[in-house]
Ligand binder design. Structure first.
Ligand code: MRU
Length: 342
């Protein structure tokens, strides 16, 4: 799969796939203003925690270019303003805050002029994107070890290449296992209401010739009962010290997996871990009622005027999680806490 986002050096622009148009149209958006990148995160032209992190880093780079001719004090004030603007783009993914804080730390600790800092931040944003691909390949390498030849992997939402810069998190073990010549196939939950599974996971699997079938969200329990699923691997927007936050519906998949003795894995980079948080600290994004009442904003499926509940993420407690796959290995939740909780 081609990168979901990149920095265009010659023009100092951010270029990203418009994921709202997939699978029907592969179209790119280009931005020179950080506020437009923030909006692209909010309206989900780009989505998926690591991709949001990369977009936020590049947005901060655009902001430094906008303000690099100001005095140092004014520059710092404007960059704080830009950071706060970016932090409001979406509330749940750790990677957004991680990326903005990473950039602000460099900006605040630098003795350079605004224009020198800007050069540094542009390079750092490109590094964030490159690191993401490398980290995902490591997740793939470790995650491939849990997959046996012939396995069918159920995934929820899209935690593939499109949700990252490239290669994916939940789909990384699948990609790596296939590179090792194991026969692996994917079942993608459709993932109402935004249909990331049906539209995006199916698109990128087909694009990369990974065998894929799509199922309605409410059928994964039956598929498990029928023996058609060997493992579940999902991504995550945030891992707190007691739970995994991922796309709405993940919790139900994890419950069904537990009931059917099917291993349930979560794949994520370290930048998604937010282990100082507990469940109550995390804001679960609530999106517009219209995303549920109208399919893809077009076909009205509820009576006019009926309000819909639209929580974008849910909470899967650690007791339902078999393992967490990071760039460092595969860990039980307890092992993961021990390794990272400093
Ligand atoms: O609302 P989205 O599409 O941004 O939600 C994405 C997910 O829930 C992904 O599983 C998660 O961000 C991990 S992406 C590698």
């Amino acid at each position: 799969m081609i990168p979901s986002i990149e920095w265009v050096d010659e023009e100092n622009k951010v270029k990203m796939i418009d994921q709202t148009l997939l699978p029907h149209e592969l179209k790119f958006l280009e931005f020179e203003d950080y506020r437009e990148v923030a909006n692209s995160i909010t309206v989900m032209n780009i989505r998926g925690a690591p991709a949001i992190g990369a977009a936020a880093s590049m947005a901060m780079a655009l902001a430094t270019l906008e303000y690099k001719d100001l005095s140092k004090d004014e520059f710092l004030e404007k960059m704080n303003e830009a950071a706060n603007h970016m932090r409001k783009a979406r509330p749940t993914a750790s990677n957004l805050f991680w990326a903005v804080n990473r950039m602000m730390k460099i900006i605040e600790n630098s003795n350079g002029s605004p224009s020198e800092i800007s050069e540094e931040i542009v390079e750092e944003a490109k590094l964030v994107a490159q690191e993401d691909v490398n980290v995902n390949k490591s997740i793939g390498k470790h995650g491939a070890e849990i997959l046996a030849d012939g396995d069918t992997v159920l995934t929820h939402c899209n935690a593939g290449s499109l949700a990252t810069v490239q290669y994916g998190t939940a789909l990384a073990p699948v990609r790596a296992a296939i590179e090792q010549r194991k026969k692996i196939s994917v079942v993608a939950d459709e993932t109402r209401p935004r249909l990331q599974g049906a539209r995006l996971t199916a698109y990128e699997c087909q694009y990369d010739k990974i065998p894929v079938k799509v199922c309605a969200d409410n059928s994964s329990g039956l598929l498990m009962k029928l023996g058609k699923i060997d493992k579940v691997i999902v991504g995550t927007d945030r891992v707190s010290s007691d739970a995994v936050f991922n796309k709405i519906g993940t919790y139900l998949v994890a419950l069904a997996a537990k009931d059917n003795n099917i291993p349930f894995y979560v794949a994520c980079p370290r930048s998604t871990l937010s282990l100082k948080d507990t469940i109550d600290d995390v804001e679960i994004e609530q999106r517009d009622s219209g995303e549920v009442s109208k399919i893809l904003g077009k076909v009205q499926v509820t009576p006019e005027g009926v309000e819909c509940l639209n929580y974008a993420f849910d909470i899967t407690p650690f007791r339902l999680v078999t393992g967490i796959i990071t760039e460092d290995g595969v860990f039980t939740p307890e092992e993961m806490l021990k390794k990272y909780k400093e």
